[in-house]
Design a protein around this ligand. Structure first.
Ligand code: PGA
Length: 261
């Protein structure tokens, strides 16, 4: 089992995070959080579980998971501190709602909502300043993969955002590699495809921050991860868990994935 093979030379955490996206009503979300909490007893204590919910769900879900082993994350936050930005939700608001994490730079936000690397630097800065840990998503789309540009795309996303931060900040940043062509498509990257990018992302982090920081950084895989393929993915040296979309909407599947280390 991977957990017990960790030689403790690094501080890397094993994490399974559920990204609920724009799914569930508030009562449904509360029920899902309760079901995840109830099923979580089977998961080894070294695996960190996180649920990332829509903004409307954060307070009621915080009431369910607060003080338990399950972390609470938002799916996005504003790139401004506060003020006249109708419809936006700030990092300070998220922290006050009971969040410990926020996802940033998910490909759906990059694709549909004009999220740029420049905005992500601001969002990351504000999240960290407000005590939130960041789950930063990177990944290439199908066209980029087919053109053989997947390494270059991930490298520029990592450099454009993370190279603006410090080694100390990196203790609060988790990276999620999510090939866009694998998200919600049922098409998973093979363990080999995922591992080669994870290793490359770790190398890119090492170039700026050194080997130790790179070794300590948790890098998650996301994209059609499910109980049937999680084991093979998580067995890879540089894959430290998953960011789970569709399969996070069923507590049994989500926990099944968390049992795959
Ligand atoms: P998926 O989504 O597991 O439904 O492919 C993953 C994600 O977008 O985080």
């Amino acid at each position: 089992m991977k957990l017990f093979l960790n030689d403790c030379k690094n501080m890397r955490k094993y994490i399974v995070a559920g990204n609920w996206k724009m799914n569930t009503t508030v009562p449904e979300g509360v029920e899902l959080a309760k079901a995840v909490l109830a099923a979580s007893a089977a998961v080894p204590a070294d695996v960190k579980l996180i649920v990332a919910t829509p903004f409307t769900h954060l307070c009621p879900v915080a009431a369910v998971v607060g003080g338990t082993r399950i972390g609470l994350s938002a799916e996005n936050c504003a790139d401004k501190e506060k003020g006249a930005y109708t419809g936006e939700v700030s990092a300070a608001m998220l922290a006050s709602a009971g969040c410990q994490y926020t996802i940033l730079g998910h490909s759906e936000r990059r694709q549909y909502y004009g999220e740029t690397d420049e905005k992500l630097v601001e969002k990351t800065r504000l999240a960290l300043a407000n005590g939130l840990d960041v789950i930063l998503c990177v990944g290439e789309n199908l066209e980029e993969r087919e053109a053989g540009r997947h390494f270059a795309v991930c490298e520029s996303q990592i450099k454009n955002v993370l190279y603006n931060f410090t080694a100390e900040d990196m203790k609060h940043i988790i990276v999620a590699y999510e090939p866009v062509w694998a998200i919600g498509t049922g098409k998973t990257a093979t363990a080999e495809q995922a591992e080669e990018i994870h290793a490359f992302i770790r190398k890119t982090i090492a170039e700026k921050f050194g080997e130790q920081v790179a070794d300590d950084t948790t890098i998650l895989y996301g994209g059609s991860c499910k109980p049937s393929n999680a084991k093979e993915l998580f067995a890879q040296k540089d894959i430290d868990g998953g960011l789970i979309g569709g399969a996070a909407l069923k507590a049994d599947d989500f926990i099944g994935i968390a049992l795959s280390f």
